[in-house]
Ligand binder design. Structure first.
Ligand code: AP5
Ligand code: MG
Ligand code: ZN
Length: 217
């Protein structure tokens, strides 16, 4: 199955993708995670992406389309994949349609995670992740079971993203509304758009998404 999780920064794309990845065996492809890895490794792609990311602006279509085109060739994508944070412009969506057509694959569904803008700032400024396994947490909404210890791997090292501050969040939201929201009518017209209430509790959102996946299977 090939699924896109679409939603603004802080909507819960990464949180839900991690949960669905383990329950449904669909590999999570997060362009944000791939770009952050490239920035920390200091690759050519990372050097080109860094300033855009820190300003809350979108990286060029050419860079992200190239990353995804290479990634979906890998063996673990053969059983299907879950796109988190890609596509984010109509040009990226068209490039994805072309890639899938060439491989005779089809997009099964696009799940829009609808969340009010006001809720997003708190979600993003309270977010942190495990430095060793990347498991996501939130200061109020999703704490580890034992304070200061990752549930998943037992690490006590946590990190925050360089772009998770109030100023960058407003620029990321502007990018979402101007460049990514036009994908909603794009996918609506393809008949693949489904919407879930992303304001609900984390587990409730997972149930809604699993219901959508069940209806597509
Ligand atoms: P990216 O990493 O994709 O960031 P984003 O879209 O801004 O989204 P986030 O990762 O911030 O939010 P999320 O929806 O994953 O929320 P999460 O689950 O963590 O992109 C970063 C940058 O890379 C971009 O700005 C751009 O520069 C570049 N980039 C990436 N892809 C690109 C592309 N295709 N084209 C061009 N540039 C690209 O949840 C947030 C917090 O809320 C967590 O702490 C979580 O615990 C909590 N939470 C989650 N769900 C709930 C809930 N239901 N209730 C309460 N709390 C919740
Ligand atoms: Mg994310
Ligand atoms: Zn961990």
């Amino acid at each position: 199955m090939i699924i896109i999780l679409l939603g603004p920064p802080g909507a819960g794309k990464g949180t839900q993708a991690q949960k669905i990845q383990s329950s449904q065996g669909l590999v999570q492809l997060s362009t944000g995670d791939m770009l952050r890895a490239a920035v920390s490794a200091g690759t050519e792609v990372g050097k080109k992406a860094k300033d855009f990311m820190e300003a809350g602006k979108l990286v060029t279509d050419e860079i992200v389309v190239g990353i995804i085109a290479d990634r979906i060739e890998e063996d673990d994508c053969k059983q299907g994949f879950l796109l988190d944070g890609f596509p984010r412009t109509v040009a990226q969506a068209e490039a994805l349609d072309n890639m899938l057509n060439q491989k005779s694959l089809k997009l099964d569904g696009v799940i829009e995670m609808k969340v009010d803008d006001e809720a997003l700032v708190d979600r993003i400024t309270g977010r942190y992740t495990c430095a060793d396994c990347n498991q996501g947490y939130h200061e109020e909404n999703l704490k580890p079971k034992v304070d200061g210890v990752c549930d998943n791997c037992g690490s006590t090292n946590f990190k925050r993203r360089a772009d998770d501050n109030r100023e960058t969040v407003s620029s990321r939201l502007e990018s979402y509304h101007a460049q990514t929201a036009p994908l909603l009518p794009y996918y609506e017209s393809q008949g693949v758009l489904k919407t879930v209430d992303g304001m609900a509790d984390i587990n409730d959102v997972t149930t809604q998404i699993n219901d959508v996946l069940g209806s597509l299977a």
